[in-house]
Design a protein around this ligand. Structure first.
Ligand code: ADE
Length: 243
């Protein structure tokens, strides 16, 4: 962590609206993100949505209009929580119905003043509050979590490591997966022989040009095989053909 970042920067400000505030910072209280939190590079406030329920039972959900399984988080309760959250950065609701998270969106969020994350439970949040508050809906993938908290922690992990001063070797950010539309190449380190296996010889050659060319080939091959969706875009942009 550089002194510069530690001393001069306003923290990237996060508010999480959740029924489980004790889930924050969770894993982000450790390692890189935890150190950055301690150093004041980012700040985190978890607001308990239940604190905004108005009845004596502190009800936050109700049965869906139209019938069906599960419960829906009430618009009035969620709205009251949003009202007291500091208006810093976009208001993001985590939902499998959202636009898929990308590295590019995370970069843009990290470049801003912060983010407010609305975590749903049960079947989700009454749509009217999402419409009224101009909420951005983000999904972390095509699967269903039991609530938005784990998704919020993932978005924060992705963003916090991009904040200035958080990562030591900032150049390692330039080469990682998705930076150039490709998956990253594989890595090798000591011991030189492990379990009878050696690293690819080119990596020991000291020839930076050949190393770079090999890594690019590996990136392209993995992307073509594992992520035809990314490969299609990359191939179009670089006029690559199927081999
Ligand atoms: N909440 C439940 N599932 C989710 C997902 N896949 N992405 C974001 N938030 C969610």
């Amino acid at each position: 962590m550089s002194d510069d970042a530690e001393n001069n920067q306003k923290p990237w400000r996060v508010t999480a609206l959740t029924l489980f505030p004790e889930m924050f910072p969770g894993p982000l209280g450790h390692s890189l993100a935890g150190k950055a939190l301690e150093a004041g590079l980012w700040s985190l406030e978890a607001l308990d949505i239940r604190g905004f329920a108005s009845d004596k039972h502190r009800t936050v959900d109700d049965a869906p209009f139209g019938g069906g399984a599960g419960m829906v988080m009430r618009a009035d309760v969620v709205d009251a929580a949003i009202e007291v959250a500091p208006p810093v950065g976009p208001l993001v609701y985590l939902t499998p119905r959202g636009v898929p998270l990308t590295q590019a969106r995370a970069k843009a969020l990290a470049a801003g003043p912060g983010v407010t994350l609305l975590c749903g439970r049960y079947e989700g949040v009454d749509q009217r509050v999402l419409d009224a508050r101009d909420v951005e809906e983000i999904s972390i993938g095509d699967f269903v979590l039991s609530g938005g908290e784990a998704a919020a922690l993932i978005i924060l992990d992705v963003c916090v490591r991009l904040l200035p001063g958080v990562m030591g070797g900032a150049e390692s950010l330039d080469e990682e997966s998705f930076e150039n539309g490709l998956l990253e190449y594989p890595h090798y380190t000591r011991p030189r022989v492990w379990s009878g296996m050696e690293p690819p010889g080119v990596l020991l050659s000291g020839d930076h040009g050949r190393v770079a060319a090999w890594r690019r080939e590996q990136s392209e091959a993995a992307t073509r095989l594992r992520r035809p969706d990314l490969w299609a875009t990359y191939a179009r942009k670089t006029a690559r053909r199927e081999p």
